[in-house]
Ligand binder design. Structure first.
Ligand code: ZN
Ligand code: ZN
Length: 577
């Protein structure tokens, strides 16, 4: 309560100030200070979130999910919205403007999530303590012994946490209930195995270790008890996992922050799908006789699939997978420099490494970047190994990430995709942008660079490369169609399978996984295509505006200079310059 009064007082002070010397006041200076206060208050209100971004001041506090906490969070948001109003947005620099809009969207979105969306009533997987405890054990922000002491303090509230969670749950969906059971039981190893391993390496006194073990066994019981409670829950009218058009439209607005509505993006995706089918058919006709003796199938979609299957046979081996990726990085760099596509800082080469053990199982390749509080940390390109995989599994994986797609994956994940975007966004350091950064812009950029590289001749304009690119792009297009259709148009599983397998040429296992993801998440699957489409459309608009002066390299560098901001804000700022 005291804090709220204090904040209001600061607000009034600033307001008075602005009246007295409105001509000389530097709102940017004040806004910088406000942002610091905001972040400070944010971590106090959300200790678990703080932990996840590497701010370890409140690790010993486990927030109890109850009505009181929800109300506390809502009043935090309302107070911050009031404070925000003190800063006339037009007097802020473009970077601060973006920060302002990101904060405002976050606060309004949180209030909406707590009062309207209320997933805590129907998604029991909201409640899971395991990840935060694993984080304390795995990240080396402090000595092991200190981390174990914090771990223990945090652990004391685990039973209370799950008792409170049960009271918030009203009518969970069957799908999210199963997910919650699986994920909570899956996380038990943190307390049963990982903690014991850590204790064996620790120099803490025996009595302290025993207390930790006692609390760990209480935590294990609480988690098992929660899973049992969910299994036996009498839930005669479970909620539909589909959230419906109204909620989906609003969630899309808050999560994606696009200049388009969800429905507009869906229509653009439908249009792109037929455009891609058309282009894929052309290439398939063109290439057919080079690869097959038999006549081309009557059904165009069957012909395209047959051609894709054929081309997928060109791939590396499990042993050479990492080398294949490593060898491609300098080729990408040379191509970009030679074609003048974007400046790449030569002092920040990308480190390719075999994925560390704690990430194992998540095959493929991914970028892991240091968090906002770990400026010195390295950025890695983690490459999954297929060490314990059956030959059959490895083969199907390598066919998926074949000769062509592997190159597109490297463009997306590394250069000039995620890795390059990250370096640019670190140049204008803004904690707000790294904490509240826009996922659709980040994914959209990576997806955009795939097309941009091929447009500029990467892959020598080989029709095979283009065909495989179109297949890859079709995946993000169909992710959007699937998400929107499932949640807003009541799409059935059969219809979804037809879309993914027959129209997007996916394997059954991949399609099954995608269906499951669409039932458990909402909107996120739209982010890739939405960001991509917004960037492509904006680039055309900017080209028109600049006429002969348009320069692709300049466009890219300018676009990335705003950090991970929503495309619609970047667009506004670039067009107004
Ligand atoms: Zn093969
Ligand atoms: Zn990505």
């Amino acid at each position: 309560m005291k804090k709220i009064i204090l904040l209001i007082a600061i607000g009034i002070l600033i307001a008075c100030n602005s009246k007295n010397k409105s001509t000389t006041i530097d709102f940017n200076q004040n806004f910088e200070e406000y942002k610091n206060t905001f972040i400070h208050e944010l971590w106090k209100t959300y200790p678990g979130w703080a932990l996840s971004v590497g701010k370890h001041d409140y690790d010993s506090i486990l927030s109890i999910p109850n009505e009181e906490t929800i109300q506390k969070e809502i009043s935090f948001c309302k107070n911050q919205l009031d404070s925000l109003k003190k800063y006339p947005i037009d007097s802020l620099t473009s970077s601060n403007k973006t920060d302002y809009l990101l904060i405002e969207n976050h606060l309004n979105s949180t209030i909406w999530y707590s009062t309207v969306f209320k997933s805590y009533e129907w998604d029991p997987s909201n409640f899971n303590v395991c990840g935060s405890f694993a984080e304390i054990l795995n990240s080396k922000f402090d000595s092991l012994d200190n981390r174990l002491v914090v771990f223990n303090k945090r652990m004391i509230n685990v039973p209370t946490y799950y008792e409170a969670a049960k009271k918030l749950i009203k009518n969970p969906t069957i799908e999210h209930t199963q997910l919650a059971i699986a994920q909570n039981l899956g996380g038990l190893s943190v307390f049963e195995t990982d903690l014991k391993d850590a204790l064996s390496k620790s120099k803490l006194e025996g009595s302290v270790k025993n207390t930790i073990l006692e609390n760990a066994s209480k935590s294990v019981s609480a988690i098992k008890n929660y899973a049992d409670w969910l299994k036996n829950l009498k839930n005669e009218n479970p909620r539909e996992f589909r959230i419906g058009k109204e909620l989906h439209t609003k969630k899309f607005e808050f999560d994606i922050q696009s200049g388009y509505t969800a429905e507009e993006v869906y229509n653009k995706a439908i249009e792109r799908k037929s455009e891609l089918h058309h282009k894929m058919a052309e290439i398939t006709f063109q290439l057919w006789n080079n690869y097959f003796k038999q006549p081309i199938p009557q059904d165009t979609l069957v012909a395209i699939r047959t051609m894709i299957d054929k081309l997928s046979g060109k791939h590396t081996t499990p042993d050479s997978f990492q080398t294949a990726i490593e060898q491609q990085i300098p080729i990408l760099v040379d191509f970009i420099n030679q074609k003048n596509l974007i400046y790449l800082d030569p002092s920040k080469p990308l480190v390719v490494r075999k994925e560390p053990a704690y990430m194992a199982g998540v095959a493929g390749a991914s970028i892991s970047s240091p968090g906002p509080y770990d400026k010195e940390g390295n950025t890695y390109y983690n490459v999954g190994s297929m060490e314990d995989w059956s030959a059959e599994l490895a083969e199907s994986y390598l066919r998926e990430y074949n000769h062509y797609i592997l190159q597109i994956l490297n463009i997306h994940e590394a250069i000039p995709g995620h890795y390059t975007q990250l370096i640019y966004s670190n140049q204008s350091p803004s904690l707000i942008k790294s904490i509240l950064g826009n996922g659709a812009m980040i994914e959209g950029w990576a997806v955009y660079t795939e097309l941009m590289m091929l447009e500029n001749g990467y892959g020598n304009n080989e029709p095979e490369m283009w065909l495989m690119y179109y297949k890859w792009n079709l995946r993000t297009v169909c992710n959007t169609i699937l998400d929107y259709s499932v949640h807003s148009l009541n799409m059935s599983k059969d219809e979804a399978m037809n879309l993914l397998i027959n129209q997007a040429f996916q394997q059954t296992a991949e399609a099954e996984g995608k269906w499951k993801r669409a039932t458990l998440t909402q909107v996120q699957l739209c982010s890739y295509f939405t960001g991509f489409k917004e960037i492509v459309d904006f680039r055309e608009e900017y080209k028109q505006k600049k006429g002969k002066e348009f320069d692709l390299k300049q466009f890219h560098e300018k676009f990335l200079s705003f950090g991970s901001a929503p495309v619609k804000h970047i667009k506004k700022m670039m067009l107004s310059e």
